[in-house]
Structure formats: C-alpha cells, structure tokens
Design a protein around this ligand. Structure first.
Ligand code: NDP
Length: 449
C-alpha cells in the first residue's frame, strides 16, 4: 500500500512526466519485498524523499548561430540525491529533452551509481538543443552559454556532469574550457575529458564494453557464452560502437546497428572501422554504410512495421538495446523471444517498456536492466575522478581490469540479492534492491534532511 501510494502521488503531482512515472513504477514495485520487511524505510519516509530531487535547476541558454540569429534553449541540471557521494550523471543534448526525461534519468542514476560501489550520488542534466547539423562554432557557443549558468552549481566535490546522448568528447571539451575560464580552476569537474587534460583511458569504451561484460556474466552463470553467437545492437553512438567492438573481442558476431533514421543489417557482421568513421568522424547517417558495403541491408524508419523496431526482428542469441528509452516494446520482446533470443543486456537507459521487461522476466532469459548493465560508463567516470584527485593516470589495461571487476561485482551483487528475495533470475529486483539499500541506509544514518 505504501509503495502504491507513493507511485500514485508521483503521477498526480507530475501528470505530464510519463518517463519519470515509468522509472519510478519499475523501481518502487520491485522494492516492495524489502520495504515490507523493514519498517524503518517507511518510518523515515525514504520513498517519498527519493522521488523528489534534492534540487532542480532550470535555466535559459541564449547563444548566437552562424547567421547571427539569437537562439534560445531550455536547460536543466537535476541534482537528485547525494547521500553516498557528489551528484554524478551525464548531460543530454537532444530536442526531445524536457524535465520528465531528465528526472527519469536522474532517478535511475541514483541506483546505478550505488551499484558501482563507488562514492557517487545521482544527477542528470541537459537541454533541448540539437547538436545535429550545427557547425563546431555553433556547438561551442552553445556549450559556453550553457556553462555560463551551470558553473555555479557544479564542482569536483559537489556535482560532476559527463556526456550522454548528443554530448561527446567535443562538447565536454567546450564545456570544460568555459568552466576553467570562468572559475580559474583546473578541477575534475566533468568526466569524459580528453586524455591530455585529465581524461581517463577506457572512458569512451566503458559503457559498451561494460554492457558486454555484464552479458558475459549473466550467461556464464548458465554455462553459456557469447562466442560464435549472432547478436543485434541498436543505436550507433558511443554505447553501440563499443558494444559492437567488444562483441567481436569475445568472438560474437554483431549484425545490426541503427540511428534515428533507420537500421543496417549486415549478415557478415558490422564493420566497426566503417561505423566509427561514419559516426565518430563524419557524424553521417547510416545510409552511407551501404554505399561502401552494398551487401548490407538498410531499412528506413518509415519502412519499419507499424509499432515495432526493425532491429529486434532480426533473429539473434543476444540483444543489446543501445539507442534510447522505450525503443523495445512488447511486440519487439515477443518477436525476440519467438526467434530464440536468450539474453538482453541494456546499454541504453530504460530501452525496454514495462510490458517488454515483464515478458523477459517471465521467460526467465538473461535480462540485464540498464541501471546494472550500463553502469560501466559511470563507473569509469568514477575512476576518472579518482585519477584526477590523485593526479595520476592509469594504463588502459588497469582501467579495463577495474571496469571488468566492477561489472562482475554488479552482476554478483544483483544476482545474490535476487536470490535472497526468492526470485533468482530477476535482476531487475536484484539490482534495484541492492542499489536502494545502500542509499536508503545512508539517508537514515545521516538524519532527517
Ligand atoms: P549518442 O548520442 O552517442 O548515440 C545515440 C544513438 O542513438 C545514435 O545512434 C542516435 O541516432 C540514436 N538515437 C538517439 N535518440 C534516438 C531516437 N529517439 N530514436 C532513434 N534513435 C535514436 O548517445 P550514447 O551512445 O551516449 O547513449 C545511448 C544510450 O545509452 C542513451 O540511452 C544513454 O542515456 C545511455 N547511456 C549512455 C552512457 C554513456 O556513457 N554515453 C552511459 C549509460 C547509459 P543519430 O545518430 O541519428 O542521432
């Protein structure tokens, strides 16, 4: 009853924030067993406190485009919870960004960061600015204007943003430069920095590699592996590219990638070098892929079957949704299961709808929810903060080994917790309860705030 009441209050207080409702519902329902067992959480109003961010900063970003026109965007930094460390979470620049999207991402981040075992609270930010089609000069002026407000709210011990959709190395560079200019400080205030100015090796690869390591762990427990298996990946950005790369390292064959216009099916295996050239260097559409590799098949989004994502219609052993939220619905989940899919490891945040998640859980396949499976990115961001604080930088192998260990531990912790609560294959329950307990107990230890 307590859990249901908190969910209903979130829905009635913020009627238009559908993605936030979805994230809250998914987490809170799965927390019911631990809430029922421990009255202290209700007595301390932990759930009511967790669903309201510590602080929400809404601001205007005004900048000038290449034609001399004044442009105005909406921007947010939502500092959700800092009970176990400074706020930490990415910035998203995409036209679909609004308060509800940033709140769902920030809420998820609280539990994800807790699972990494590093001292990081949860936050998220972004803007409805669309970097696509903008010149480097326009992106720089936007980032500088964004930081003109953000700088007063962040700090190496306060709030440490990073990248997300639409925010990669170029944007982090412009944001960091403006922070340094405004404050006259060289601090580890952002992660995802360039290697020569405080960045960490493996940060670009971390989310994708980590998501594949997580899949490997789930499969290992069942005596299976990715070797020789056909895999499907959605997206073609940072997470998707390094998911594809790591799948090859482990002997699997990734056959799909997608973007906001369509998808590529390359039966012989996605060409990673070409993918990097098109997406990291040229920022081009995936349609260009078939000009170089005519044997691959390109399907435009307008040709997808109504109500489904064509990526998930390709038969596979394991699927890696790595584009965006709600990109895999119940129809897609049924298709995947009918085609014999045995593993879904989520690189994106909340890519599966609640109905799709339920189908995966009922089928008892290996299902790694985003907040566990994609935690490798923020984990290496945490390692970047540690390197900045100690003024050292670590070798690629050292950081990759840490990442691998962290992903193994996240799986072990989530799986053990799922077993403790009598639902051994349910990593949604396991990850949510494991992430929650640490934050909730820290909140209780620190008093009523
Ligand atoms: P990028 O901006 O690098 O890439 C995003 C990819 O998804 C692009 O291929 C983009 O297509 C596609 N995409 C974005 N929005 C949509 C949409 N509405 N419909 C269809 N395709 C879309 O972002 P990331 O790879 O960094 O992020 C991908 C996901 O992973 C997000 O959910 C993010 O929150 C999550 N994530 C990222 C982490 C990181 O370290 N970067 C860490 C943890 C989670 P196009 O090229 O056409 O724009």
């Amino acid at each position: 009853m307590y859990v249901k009441n908190v969910i209903e209050k979130v829905k009635s207080n913020y009627p238009s924030q559908k993605e936030f409702h979805q994230a809250v519902e998914e987490v809170l329902i799965s927390l019911s067993p631990v809430i029922d067992k421990n009255k202290k959480y209700q007595e301390n109003a932990i759930l009511e406190r967790l669903v309201i961010p510590d602080r929400e900063i809404h601001f205007r970003v005004t900048w000038v485009d290449d034609k001399g026109n004044v442009q105005v965007n909406r921007a947010y930094r939502i500092e959700f919870n800092s009970a176990i460390g400074p706020y930490k979470g990415g910035l998203r620049f995409h036209p679909s960004v609004h308060e509800g999207i940033i709140k769902f991402l920030g809420f998820e981040q609280v539990f994800k960061n807790s699972l990494t075992t590093l001292a990081m609270g949860g936050g998220k930010g972004g803007s409805d600015f669309n970097p696509k089609g903008k010149s480097d000069g326009e992106v720089m002026r936007f980032c500088q204007a964004f930081m003109n407000e953000l700088y007063r709210h962040i700090g190496a011990h306060t709030d440490v943003p990073a990248g997300d959709i639409g925010v990669g190395g170029r944007e982090i560079g412009y944001l960091f430069g403006q922070y340094r200019k405004l404050t006259n400080r060289f601090d580890g205030v952002l992660t995802g920095k360039g290697l020569s100015w405080g960045g960490s090796l493996v940060r670009p690869e971390a989310t994708g590699y980590g998501c594949v390591y997580f899949a490997e762990e789930m499969l290992k427990e069942r005596g299976e592996s990715l070797e020789g298996k056909v895999c499907t990946v959605s997206g073609s950005g940072n997470v998707a590219i390094y998911t594809v790369e790591k799948l090859y390292h482990l002997g699997a064959k990734p056959v799909t990638v997608s973007d906001s216009k369509g998808m590529i099916y390359d039966e012989g295996g996605i060409d990673v070098a070409l993918l990097k050239e098109l997406k990291e260097l040229k920022r081009a559409s995936l349609e260009e892929y078939i000009k170089i590799k005519p044997q691959a098949k390109y399907t435009k989004i307008s040709d997808y079957k109504e109500g489904s994502n064509a990526v998930w219609s390709i038969p596979c052993f394991a699927a890696f949704p790595s584009a965006t939220e709600n990109e895999l619905n119940a129809i897609d989940a049924k298709t995947l299961l009918q085609n014999g899919c045995k593993c879904v490891s989520e690189g994106a945040n909340m890519p599966s709808t609640l109905e799709a998640t339920d189908l995966f859980l009922k089928a008892k396949i290996c299902y790694g929810p985003g907040k566990a499976a994609n935690a490798g990115g923020v984990a290496v961001s945490g390692l970047e903060m540690a390197q900045n604080a100690s003024k050292h930088s670590w070798d690629f192998e050292v950081v990759d080994k840490h990442l691998h260990n962290i992903m193994e531990n996240i799986f072990a912790n989530s799986s053990q917790t799922a077993k403790e609560f009598g639902d051994p294959t349910n990593l949604v329950l396991g990850a949510n309860i494991a992430g929650f307990r640490k934050v909730a107990d820290a909140m209780i230890d620190q008093g009523i705030l």
